[in-house]
Design a protein around this ligand. Structure first.
Ligand SMILES: Nc1ncnc2c1ncn2[C@@H]1O[C@H](COP(=O)(O)OP(=O)(O)O)[C@@H](O)[C@H]1O
Ligand SMILES: [Mg+2]
Length: 206
């Protein structure tokens, strides 16, 4: 069969080229062209292992390119920006992390909230170019750090973090050190200044 595709639009991405396309075989789907082979190989491997559970189905792949299911839902970040924080959304995100860890004994390294889609109250993961051995506290504290550094209304960020801690049955006191480490890392990587007192007040809801 002569495969054809038409680009509907290019999606906002950090590194790779990501397109929503209309494909003669799969209909509306995502075409992701990776900037490097390692990212491509890693993500392809994870997508194959997850076989469409809480992640896009892998349709086909070629040189540094993957065709996958278009997961129609809202990005986790948009859910947070556009709506008052919903406990079930945060819980769906937390459940994804727990599930991923138990299924693959790995954690996704990039917990940017644009890498998760909420669809029918279930959280799907998108970005698996980098994964590593880790535990749920690692994910939890990293997600808190990402949340803290978004340019979002303070109250929304607070609600997200307190919901996340509640899902994980964790207290701010117990994760303080690890979360601080993650914020420090992200601020340094982004060339920002880290205000420890400000983060402390945020975490403890002062
Ligand atoms: N399978 C998918 N279904 C729906 N949207 C997707 C899918 N894959 C990627 N996207 C969209 O494209 C964006 C970038 O994809 P991502 O895989 O994170 O690439 P990058 O790492 O280069 O940013 C995501 O934030 C999301 O909006
Ligand atoms: Mg991404």
């Amino acid at each position: 069969m002569n495969m054809q595709e038409k680009i509907i639009k290019e999606l906002i991405s950090k590194k790779n080229k990501v397109y929503l396309v209309n494909h003669s075989q799969w209909g509306k789907c995502i075409k992701k062209v990776y900037i490097d082979k390692i990212g491509f190989e890693n993500e392809k491997k994870i997508l194959l292992r997850l076989s469409g559970e809480r992640a896009p189905k892998l349709y086909d792949y070629g040189y540094n390119t993957v065709y996958m299911e278009y997961v129609e839902g809202n990005l986790l970040l948009d859910e947070i920006i556009e709506k008052p924080t919903q406990y079930h959304t945060v819980k769906a995100f937390y459940e994804f992390l727990v599930w991923f860890l138990s299924k693959l004994e790995l954690v996704p390294c990039d917990l940017n909230f644009r890498n998760f889609i909420i669809k029918d109250n279930i959280c799907f993961g998108l970005d698996f170019e980098e994964t590593k051995k880790g535990d749920i506290l690692e994910c939890l504290t990293k997600a808190i750090a990402y949340c803290y550094l978004y340019d979002l209304e303070y109250q929304k960020k607070r609600e997200f973090v307190s919901s996340l801690l509640k899902c994980a049955s964790q207290k701010a006191d117990d994760i303080y050190e690890q979360a601080t480490e993650k914020v420090l890392y992200l601020t340094q990587r982004r060339g920002l200044i880290f205000d420890k007192n400000q983060f402390e007040s945020f975490l403890f809801g002062l």
